[in-house]
Design a protein around this ligand. Structure first.
Ligand code: NI
Length: 133
């Protein structure tokens, strides 16, 4: 069942919001607000040790000393959380990897921190995509 509610909002803030959701291709504000609320709830469930599916994506220079050995070791130690790994060679040195993960959100964050703190890892983004049903 759908519920309606009213929101008071600054005009400038609303016009910025409308411009962004239009650019993103949202059909209307309601769907954009529903997505924001879902994301908000997901991030709150992170604080409550919620179990989620997510991804960790990073780029690294495989020529950097020890980086491959360290990344392999880290991933083997977290094998219970890692469901799949994708590796793409970007050029002679750079590699892109995406891990699909499932686990307590705070543990996924710790894994992401272990990866990004390695020398040679250039950039990392993680996302919690959905709670485990
Ligand atoms: Ni590679």
């Amino acid at each position: 069942m759908l519920k309606r509610f009213g929101v008071s909002i600054d005009e400038k803030l609303l016009s910025e919001f409308d411009a962004i959701i239009q650019r993103k291709g949202y059909y209307n504000r309601s769907e954009a607000i529903r997505d924001l609320i879902r994301d908000f709830i997901l991030n709150e469930c992170v604080k409550e040790d919620g179990v989620v599916y997510g991804t960790i994506t990073f780029v690294y220079d495989h020529e950097e000393a020890d980086v491959i050995e360290k990344l392999v070791e880290i991933q083997h130690l977290s094998r219970d959380m890692i469901l799949a790994t994708t590796h793409v060679h970007l050029n002679e040195n750079l590699c892109l990897e995406t891990l699909i993960v499932k686990g307590e959100a705070k543990k996924i964050k710790i894994l992401a921190d272990k990866i990004i703190s390695n020398r040679g890892v250039k950039n990392l983004k993680y996302a919690f995509v959905t709670p485990v049903p």
